[in-house]
Every structure is written in C-alpha cells, then in structure tokens.
Design a protein around this ligand. Structure first.
Ligand SMILES: *[C@@H]1O[C@H](CO)[C@@H](O)[C@H](O)[C@H]1NC(C)=O
Ligand SMILES: *[C@@H]1O[C@H](CO)[C@@H](O)[C@H](O)[C@H]1NC(C)=O
Ligand SMILES: *[C@@H]1O[C@H](CO)[C@@H](O)[C@H](O)[C@H]1NC(C)=O
Ligand SMILES: *[C@@H]1O[C@H](CO)[C@@H](O)[C@H](O)[C@H]1NC(C)=O
Ligand SMILES: *[C@@H]1O[C@H](CO)[C@@H](O)[C@H](O)[C@H]1NC(C)=O
Ligand SMILES: *[C@@H]1O[C@H](CO)[C@@H](O)[C@H](O)[C@H]1NC(C)=O
Ligand SMILES: [Ca+2]
Length: 532
C-alpha cells in the first residue's frame, strides 16, 4: 500500500514540527518583515520570552540570620540512625560549611551541596526559618517549583509569594503532614482541582509525610497539573490555556510573582513524635531550589536579559520599562495595553503608536480615540481617562489637580482634590491641592476648624470655650455650645443674676436674695427714682 506511506510520513513530519514548535515556544517572535504590494513592511505579533532557570538570578535571604548552622560548630545526627552523630557543621571550614548559596549552585561534581540550619536544641521552642527568594522582576512560572530537602522534608511549611517586590505577601500553598491540625484546613491535592477552582490556595499532605529521608526529597508547587486542567495532560493544547489566561480573572496573576518565601515551621520528625533525648537529629537542609519561569513582559518582548543587576525585558512594540508596561516617549498616541494571546496563533501586539498617526492628535496616553469636529476644524481626544480632560487630555478633570512630580503622560498625573464636603465651598482645588474653605474652616482639604470654631458637620462658631469665651460665675461650658449655669445665674455666659423678685435686678448693682435685702433694694430703687 504505497499510498499510505507518504501520509504516515506527513503525519510524522507534522508531529515533529509540532514538537519543534512546542520546544521553541509559542509567541516567541515580536515582528517579521513581510512583503506587500507596497514593498516590505513590518508585521507585529504578541511575543514573550522563553522560560529560564530562575535560580541563576535569584537573591536568597535567610531569616533569622543566625539560623544557618556552623557558628559555633555543631554536631548533628540523622533521623534513620540517631546514634550516627559524627557529622559536623562548621562555618569556618569550607568543606563543613552549609551557607545559603548552596541552595542555588549547580552541583557539577555530582556531590550534593546543601544549606543547613542549626538543630532543634531549643525544643519545645519552635524551629522557624524563612527563606526569601527575590528577583526584583515580575516572573510567570512555567513549570513546577521544586525544593529538594536532604535529611527529610518539613512536617509543616508554607510557600508564600509577593507580586510587588516584597511589600505585600500572600500564601501560595500550605504543606503539612496533618493539614487540619497545622492550619485547620482540609487536605487537598492539586490533582483534584478543576477549572472553577484552579487558583484556590490549598493545603496538601503529599509532600510532608515521612517516607524516609532518601526516598522522596522534593516538595513541589505543582504548576504542570494546574496548566493541564486547560492544556491537557501532556500540555499539548497550550492555546486553550492562553485563551483562558485572557478571559479568566486572576488566572495569569496566579502564576505571577516577583518573590517567593518558604516559611519552614517544623522539621522532619522521622514519622514519630519529637524525641527530646536526641534533638540533634532535627533540622532543615535544602540542596536545591528549582524555579522555571519567564519574565513577564506583557507580551511585548521576546527576550529578557540580565542588566544592571536585574532581569529586564527587551521591549518591542515601542514599549519600555522593566516589564514593558509603558509606551515609549513619543509613542503615546493611545494608552498602553498589554499584548494579547488572542486571536491565536499570533495574538495581538497592541503596539504603542507614535503621536501623529491619529491625525496629529496627541492624547498623552489617556485616550485611544480621536474625533474630528467638523465645524471648528479640530481633532480632539475622546473619553480621556485617568481623570484628564481637554483636547489633548492635557488638563485635569474638575475636582482633580495636576501632580507636579508626574509627566503629562503619567497615569497618576491628576490627583483627586478630595475636598471635605462639609468644610469646603466646592469640589475644586488650586494647583497645589488646596480647597476653598467655608467660614471658620481651614486646612488643605478644609477638614480643620479655625480657633474659636468647632467641628459639628462643618465648623460652627463656639458659644463658649476655655480661653476667650469662658463661662462666668462658675458655669461650665457644654460642647462649646452652651454654658451650664449655676441656678442663680443666667445669660449666654452666665453673666446675669437670676432674681426672684420682679424688678430688683434691673439696676447695675447686684441684689441679694434675702427678704430683707429685697425690701432694701425696693427702697433704694424708689429713692433713686424719687431723686431723679
Ligand atoms: C517569617 O516571615 C513572616 C511573615 O511572612 C514573619 O511573620 C515571621 O516572623 C518570619 N519568621 C522568621 C523566623 O523570621
Ligand atoms: C530593581 O529593578 C529596578 C528596575 O530595573 C531598578 O531600578 C532597581 O535598582 C532594582 N533594585 C535592586 C535592589 O536591584
Ligand atoms: C474544586 O472543584 C472540584 C469539582 O469541580 C471539587 O471536587 C474539588 O474538591 C474542589 N477543590 C477545592 C480545593 O475546593
Ligand atoms: C516603533 O515605531 C516606529 C514607527 O511606528 C517603527 O518604525 C518601529 O519599528 C517601532 N519599533 C519597534 C521596536 O516596534
Ligand atoms: C505623583 O506622580 C508620581 C510619579 O508618577 C507618583 O509616584 C506619585 O504617587 C503621584 N502622587 C500621587 C499623590 O498620586
Ligand atoms: C493654593 O492655595 C494655598 C492656600 O490658599 C496657597 O498657599 C497656595 O499658594 C495656592 N497655590 C497656588 C498655586 O495658587
Ligand atoms: Ca546545592
């Protein structure tokens, strides 16, 4: 059957091609020169750098700093044979030292090298250590993260990640030999996740149980299983994964980080309880941390290189920045957008465009649309974003003011005035962010009261206080609005006597309230009247 042969060969050839494409990776070219009727022109595609072994670029920090063994030199034993305690850790002897960088070295000689902690001699105080891995660059993990433990895997640990270079952290996965006991979480396996809950943070018992220190040394953060939910068990259908990354909120971010942190909370115990008579067999030792990832370049770079101490995307499409997250100067006719995996297979580059390509209208990156207004013959930006307004989105909207330290094309160029509604006359503020205040009100946002005023849904003048408007004759000031007078006084500041008689208190002199003085008082008054 000669006819079959070519088609089988074709199939083989196409399979081969498929494999080549897979190893090359999709989206790996950003542009190509194509010939058209008008001569050769550039065509642009969404592109991303290849995965790399990120342990070559990571900064390791171990906390607390004195957790590394060997200073002073220390003996340790093994879980399998607790009577075999000959090994020594000594930081001052290169052959016996176990510094943190042995977690990322390449073990060319075949000799396993590892970082090791002090032993748990302070039991029952917990033996805690944090290992922080930093790249100073957003990365997208592309394969399982693998941490290799010598002498047994921890019985409790947490993997955390940061998306903002270590400013904030979130848990990535919990590990324990008993998830319920350690974290109050039911034990799950990544294999049990589905499309609906693929980004769920779980606790797993798969990598913490005692199986002997030599049998299974690896603690894994399973990326391939999670990819397989969309791309199939052999990850052949990556297009489907990429499509989901575009549409499913949080999916891309789930695989993104700038830093990782291992929180080691309890060492391997050898499958039983802690034996207090030999604490020299409890410690942590890590020989390798494998992180395969690609630089996050927002689909605007096909390469990522190590420059000036950090990984940087080699940005195309006239974008710039460590992650290609901005348009280059002079290319801000439209606002920046990440490239898109869609439509497959080449995606959309969403290139930044030179000011001028949209009918000479510069919008400083705050608008993607211009419109020609016929009767006044101008081109103007439409729907300016980032709280800007104006023909070129060059002004700030009402209620916002210009950020003096930001360029006109910065997303943060307009800052909200944030005038206090009760204290200010309106929502506008001047160029330095000062609002216009109502009477008695002060402060940049009109949120404070001048002396002699107090805040009560706006500043209202004081009736009394402890300084200028003191209550007299022993009265006390109630909430700056009322003098509480003793029974015999009245008036706003308790300045007047409250008399029982009808007329006695009209005069300037004070009258006394006894019967006799009332009589005297009446007499004096009538005398005065008579003499007048
Ligand atoms: C490890 O980091 C956590 C924060 O994620 C912190 O609360 C803890 O104190 C650190 N532990 C050590 C031993 O430094
Ligand atoms: C991190 O990367 C940024 C951007 O490339 C750079 O400006 C900064 O100096 C780097 N920081 C460190 C600690 O390397
Ligand atoms: C995820 O969803 C599947 C069913 O869709 C369920 O069996 C599994 O338990 C869920 N996993 C978690 C961690 O909630
Ligand atoms: C930047 O834009 C210019 C003009 O549109 C174009 O010729 C050039 O190829 C672009 N550069 C890149 C790296 O895309
Ligand atoms: C002003 O702009 C600078 C530069 O972009 C930015 O770092 C800062 O956060 C902005 N200020 C405010 C209050 O938004
Ligand atoms: C804004 O108002 C404040 C307070 O009235 C004033 O000190 C400042 O000079 C004003 N700034 C400008 C630019 O007018
Ligand atoms: Ca090593």
């Amino acid at each position: 059957m000669p006819a079959v042969v070519p088609s089988a060969m074709l199939l083989q050839a196409s399979l081969f091609l498929h494999c080549v494409l897979l190893t090359l990776g999709q989206y790996d070219i950003c542009k190509s020169l194509v010939s058209t009727d008008d001569g050769p022109t550039w065509e642009f595609y969404a592109c991303q750098p290849r995965p790399m072994l990120m342990k070559d670029y990571m900064q390791i920090r171990v906390d607390p700093p004195d957790i590394t063994c060997g200073n002073p030199p220390e003996r340790f034993c093994t879980l399998e044979n607790p009577y075999l305690c000959s090994d020594e850790c000594d930081a001052s002897t290169p052959d016996l030292a176990h510094p943190p960088q042995l977690m990322q070295d390449r073990e060319r000689s075949g000799l396993i090298t590892y970082w090791q902690t002090v032993t748990w001699s302070r039991f029952p105080e917990p033996l805690l250590a944090n290992i922080t891995l930093s790249w100073n660059k957003s990365l997208e993990v592309t394969d399982d993260i693998e941490i290799t433990f010598e002498y047994g895997r921890p019985t409790i640990m947490v993997l955390e990640k940061s998306l903002d270079k270590g400013r904030s952290w979130q848990p990535y996965q919990y590990y324990a030999d008993d998830c319920m006991e350690a974290f109050g979480m039911p034990a799950k396996r990544v294999q049990d996740l589905s499309a609906a809950n693929v980004t769920r943070v779980i606790c797993t018992e798969q990598y913490s149980r005692w199986v002997g220190s030599k049998n299974d040394k690896i603690v894994r953060f399973e990326v391939r299983y999670r990819f397989a939910i969309f791309a199939g068990p052999k990850l052949l259908n990556m297009d489907n994964l990429y499509t989901r990354m575009e549409s499913m909120k949080g999916l891309r971010d789930f695989f993104t980080f700038t830093d990782l942190r291992l929180r080691l909370l309890r060492p391997a115990l050898g499958g039983t309880y802690v034996q207090r008579d030999n604490l020299l067999k409890y410690f942590y030792a890590i020989s390798n941390i494998e992180v395969q990832a690609r630089c996050k370049c927002n689909l605007h770079a096909g390469q990522c290189t190590f420059r000036e101490g950090s990984l940087q995307c080699d940005c195309e499409h006239n974008t710039t920045g460590q992650d290609c997250a901005r348009c280059e100067r002079g290319f801000k006719a439209k606002s920046w957008k990440p490239g898109s995996y869609l439509p497959t297979p080449n995606g959309s580059p969403n290139t930044c465009e030179a000011a001028g390509t949209l009918g000479n209208c510069e919008c400083y990156g705050h608008s993607n649309r211009c419109s020609y207004i016929d009767f006044i013959n101008i081109v103007t930006c439409v729907s300016c974003k980032h709280n800007t307004r104006g023909q070129n989105c060059q002004h700030c909207r009402l209620g916002y003011f210009r950020n003096a330290s930001a360029e006109l094309d910065d997303e943060n160029v307009c800052i909200e005035c944030n005038c206090n509604q009760l204290g200010s006359l309106h929502a506008r503020c001047n160029e330095t962010g000062f609002c216009q205040c109502r009477e008695g009100t002060t402060g940049q946002k009109c949120e404070d009261c001048l002396p002699g005023y107090n805040w009560k849904q706006g500043c209202i003048p004081n009736v009394c206080d402890d300084e200028m408007l003191q209550c007299l004759n022993g009265g006390t000031c109630f909430q700056n609005q009322k003098c509480m007078c003793p029974p015999e006084f009245k008036g706003v500041l308790c300045e007047q006597l409250r008399c029982e008689g009808e007329k006695g208190c009209n005069g300037a002199s004070a009258c006394y309230l006894s019967l006799i003085t009332t009589v005297l008082c009446l007499l004096t008054s009538s005398l005065l009247r008579a003499s007048a």
